[in-house]
Design a protein around this ligand. Structure first.
Ligand SMILES: [Zn+2]
Length: 330
């Protein structure tokens, strides 16, 4: 079977290799991977994060169950699944309170194990989430893009009637945060470099005059929830539009992670800063239920052989204005 592999860090070192097909072990299923999302986390794994080499990246994949291992119930060959990408033991205090993303003995598949940019991917059966007949583009966008956004909105306790400002709204998570904010009943203001109109947004803005624009749209109340998945470059912009008793959730550092913070602003407005990472298994099932209300804009689909191009275009304005990148695995 074919797999995308690197033996030395760097996108330029990606290559397609013919490797031995795995088997589904006890408690596992073998997924015939169809499509993989291309995300900043995959880029970070390829470029920077120390991993065991050689390594197969790919945090976000979906496909068809090709083989069911011993002891697995509830999944059958031929069923379409998406792969929840957190490894978790199911036993620690985090897991038993439904926080598999924070498992004391866990990690992210594609970081602590090989990822899914390969034709056959053996995964624990508990990580294979049935997706019915939803489009493969959506199934391959749930585990990272949609889940990170949904989890952040849940942790920020966004509720109907509130105002949500999504920074980096044309990113993979930003586009889902905008749509999910709408689904959750919020007024959504999507903010991106180009002010691109984003599905689900009540208003789409760029960063110029952002504070004045948000003030105008909210009658001076400003945002109840701000999502910053971009990091340092938009930190001050996020702070400037957060209202009294607001919540600012953050889960990405694409532009850097060191920021300034005025403590008197923090307590004087009684705001909450919330860090979030990934999402829970329950939230994956929630997303499957919500999927008919979500859409995915596709920028381009690349073959395994074209994977370098997918990563080189990840931060391009063409990608940002259009949609997201996928790798068509088989
Ligand atoms: Zn655990």
């Amino acid at each position: 079977m074919k797999a995308l592999v690197f033996e030395k860090s760097g996108v330029e070192n990606l290559r397609v290799e013919e490797t031995e097909a795995p088997k589904a072990g006890r408690g596992e299923v073998l997924v015939s991977v169809k499509l993989g999302g291309v995300n900043p986390i995959d880029e970070a794994v390829i470029e920077r994060i120390p991993v065991k080499l050689p390594h197969v990246p790919g945090a976000e994949v979906a496909g068809i169950v090709a083989e069911v291992g011993e002891g697995v119930t509830g999944l059958s060959v031929g069923e379409a699944v998406t792969v929840y990408n957190r490894i978790f033991d199911g036993n620690c205090d985090m897991c038993v309170s439904g926080k598999e993303n924070l498992c004391r003995h866990g990690g992210i598949m594609s970081v602590v194990t090989d990822g899914g940019y390969k034709e056959l991917y053996a995964v624990p059966a508990v990580n294979a989430i049935p997706v019915g007949n939803m489009p493969m583009e959506l199934a391959a966008s749930l585990p990272t893009a949609a889940l990170s956004a949904y989890h952040a909105l849940k942790e920020a306790a966004l509720s109907a009637g509130e105002t949500l400002v999504v920074l980096g709204a044309t990113g993979n998570t930003g586009r889902f945060a905008t749509q999910l904010g709408r689904v959750m009943g919020a007024q959504v203001i999507a903010v991106s470099r180009e002010g691109t109109i984003v599905d689900g947004a009540d208003a789409s803005l760029d960063y110029s005059n952002l504070k004045e624009e948000v003030s105008r749209l909210t009658g001076g109340r400003m945002a109840d929830v701000v999502l910053n998945s971009v990091g340092r470059s938009v930190w001050d912009a996020g702070i400037s539009v957060l209202g009294t008793s607001g919540r600012l959730a953050t889960f990405g550092v694409l532009t850097g992670g060191e920021v300034g913070l005025n403590l008197s602003w923090l307590y004087g407005n009684q705001v909450k800063l919330i860090g979030t990472t990934g999402g829970t298994r329950k939230e994956m099932f929630d997303l499957v239920k919500l999927s008919s209300r979500l859409t995915v804009r596709v920028w381009k689909k690349f073959s395994l052989d074209e994977a370098k191009e997918a990563f080189r275009g990840l931060h391009s304005s063409e990608r940002s204005k259009t949609g997201r990148a996928f790798i068509q695995v088989s």
